[in-house]
Write a protein that binds this ligand. Structure first.
Ligand code: WT7
Length: 635
């Protein structure tokens, strides 16, 4: 067995024989180990020019001094996390078989990482596919990337050290990566021949009590199609331990995806190998961290670094870039969408956007009009629009319409479905969990997920107080959300942005959304301010499109829109037209600044360093001053 498991070193020896070594250029580490083994005690340095030991010598040594033979070979060929202290301790009379005692290694690291460090582009696998002449070469780098991706996916789906995973896949690089991925996280794989029936498959899964099955939609063998996924579906009906079925695609056929099924290809954005992923966030913000740098690079994606702005040199910049770079996934902020929408459709239509498949939005609630524009104009009604909700503290996307079954409904302006491992809970004001559909409350999570924040650097208590105090036992996001009858989530905005007008509690985002449905209004920001009679009243800042027409007319239309869409009490008492809103560099409206301006607390504006353009403060101040003057003269 030992000779077999170290077979790779022996193959290298053969590869290094005259006529092979130079041509293959493989590192002759196994050879030097053998040389040392043959030419002196372990660890001694062979004299320069020592010839490799002959086969008979090696054979005698392996038989007579196993420790001196296998020890250095194992040391040099494999990567040990913990070195072994004893090469062997075996006794056939008692059946004791012990090799490399005390040593620990991860075989996937020995198989992949050590080669990737030295020669990442060496071909690891040549996949001779069923269709003759269509072979595919996979480099060590590619195999490591796929393995890591799968290993992470398995971990995300609760596969832990010691858990069993069934691999029901025909011979393919992905099947190899699945094996190595299991080895990498310490899971036990059982590779089941992809010609077995549903009954045989179920028997093997049940014997091993597997948690997960990995399979393909279909297999191809000898020109025949094998319906692997259908067979798995049938088998897992009788396998109570199976929690997930991970499904990759060997052919184009779409297969039915049920509750247990998880597509293996990327998840929210439908990233496929070779795609160009265009997240236009700045790397100074979390979106840039997770979706420009770490996420795409960990997944071997091609990530676009966008240095510019959406309107430089003109409002067609994004779409010109999409055309030129052939971007497949575009991920941006609603604020930019609203800004571009204001400039009209011609800037978009001018460019070829046929490469786009997924359009993502993040950072704020995306209002209906912006969502529709992204969908209809940018995406030509053919792209998947994903409104993704998450926060700096969550590390990555928590609620998004995908992953879900191919073609599953996507409702406008809604993040909709919790991502894997995310278990939302909505709470009422008293901290009771709201069950069922058609309820609104504080958005909390009842379970931890791998990417979430672990602490606040240097102040763990602050972390506990900020996120875990309001609702004991739950992570509190600070946002409010509505759960529909269908079980989908819609974010209503920060809980701090809830105002109470004459006893009616409503999110300022609701009023903003209603006003932004007006064709002349791309952007609004609503804040609450103290009111003698109503308790609080709404103050709206609005930006008008270039061709908005008569502004008084727009304002009166806005009042009636809010009255009909929400209620009369929600109509803002004051509406002020501004050229632009104060925004952070990540695109969030700084409502706190607007509130301070309205309250006259301009000496105490707080930290404004994250403002995209600090000159906005005087701009808003003077607009507000004019507004007050106008009100005073008209009274
Ligand atoms: C806050 C987090 C997430 C990365 C960028 C911002 C708001 C974010 C959405 C969305 C409604 C959203 C929330 C959240 N938010 N995405 N799709 N729909 N609101 O990260 O600066 O930590 O801000 O942004 O209010 O709590 P952040």
């Amino acid at each position: 067995m030992a000779a077999r498991s170290l077979g790779c070193g022996v193959w290298r020896l053969l590869g290094s024989l005259p006529g092979h070594a130079g041509a293959r250029g493989w590192p002759p580490r196994g050879v030097s180990a053998l040389r040392r083994a043959a030419s002196g005690p372990s660890g001694s340095v062979p004299a320069a020019g020592v010839q490799p030991a002959s086969y008979p010598t090696l054979r005698v040594q392996a038989a007579q001094q196993p420790a001196a033979f296998w020890g250095p070979l194992a040391q040099e060929t494999l990567l040990w996390d913990t070195p072994y202290h004893t090469v062997w301790d075996c006794d056939f009379s008692s059946g004791k078989i012990g090799w490399f005692l005390g040593g620990q290694l991860n075989v996937s690291v020995s198989c992949l990482d050590q080669h990737v460090r030295k020669s990442p582009e060496s071909v690891a696998l040549i996949w001779e596919r069923d269709e003759p002449g269509t072979e595919v070469r996979i480099t060590y780098r590619e195999l490591l990337e796929t393995t890591c991706r799968l290993a992470n996916l398995l971990k995300r789906h609760g596969v832990c050290r010691g858990d069993r995973v069934a691999i029901y896949m025909p011979v393919s690089p992905l099947a190899v990566a699945a094996m190595l991925a299991c080895a990498r996280i310490g899971a036990v794989h059982t590779v089941i021949f992809a010609g077995f029936s549903a009954q045989s498959l179920a028997g093997r899964i049940n014997d091993a009590k597997c948690k997960v099955v990995i399979t393909f939609n279909q297999g191809l063998r000898g020109g025949r199609v094998v319906e692997l996924k259908e067979i798995v579906d049938e088998a897992v009906k009788h396998c109570p331990t199976i929690q997930y079925v991970l499904v990759a695609h060997r052919t184009d056929k779409k297969v039915h995806m049920g509750n247990l099924d998880v597509p293996l290809e990327q998840l929210v954005f439908d990233y496929q190998p070779g795609d160009i992923f265009g997240c236009v966030a700045d790397i100074g913000w979390i979106t840039g961290h997770s979706y420009v740098v770490y996420g795409p690079l960990c997944n071997g994606a091609t990530s676009v670094l966008f240095e510019s702005t959406p309107v430089y040199p003109d409002p067609g910049r994004y779409w010109e870039m999409v055309q030129r770079l052939k971007i497949n996934q575009f991920y941006g902020a609603p604020t930019a969408v609203r800004l571009l929408l204001k400039h009209g459709d011609a800037w978009v239509k001018k460019y070829d956007r046929s490469s786009l498949r997924t359009l993502g939005s993040v950072g704020e609630p995306i209002n209906q009009e912006a969502w529709e524009w992204l969908h209809k104009v940018v995406g030509d009604s053919r792209c998947t629009v994903v409104d993704t909700w998450w926060q700096t503290e969550t590390g990555g996307i928590c609620i998004a319409p995908r992953p879900s079954e191919e073609g599953a409904e996507i409702l406008p302006s809604m993040a909709m479905r919790p991502f894997f491992g995310i278990v939302p809970a909505l709470m009422d004001e008293k901290g009771n969990i709201l069950e069922g559909g058609d309820v609104s409350g504080a958005l909390c999570f009842s379970q931890a997920w791998p990417g979430m924040a672990r602490t606040i650097y240097g102040d763990h208590q602050r972390f506990v107080d900020a996120y875990f105090k309001a609702y004991p036992g739950y992570y509190f996001s600070g946002d409010g959300a509505h759960r529909t009858k269908g079980g989908y989530y819609q974010i209503t905005g920060r809980m701090d942005d809830v105002i109470n007008i004459s006893g009616h509690r409503l999110g300022t985002a609701e009023i903003e959304d209603a006003m932004a449905s007006h064709p002349a209004v791309p952007e609004t920001a609503v804040i609450g301010y103290p009111h003698d009679i109503k308790g609080e009243a709404a103050f709206a800042f609005i930006v008008l499109k270039d061709d908005a027409g008569d502004s008084d007319m727009v304002i009166s239309e806005l009042r009636s829109t809010v009255a009909t869409k929400i209620a009369k009490y929600a109509v803002p008492d004051q509406i002020l037209i501004v050229k632009r809103l104060p925004k952070t560099r990540s695109g969030k409206v700084m409502r706190r600044l607007l509130r301070k301006i309205i309250l006259g607390r301009t000496q105490d504006l707080g930290d404004t360093t994250t403002l995209e353009d600090p000159s906005i403060i005087t701009e808003i101040l003077s607009a507000y001053q004019r507004h007050k003057d106008k009100k005073a003269t008209s009274q």
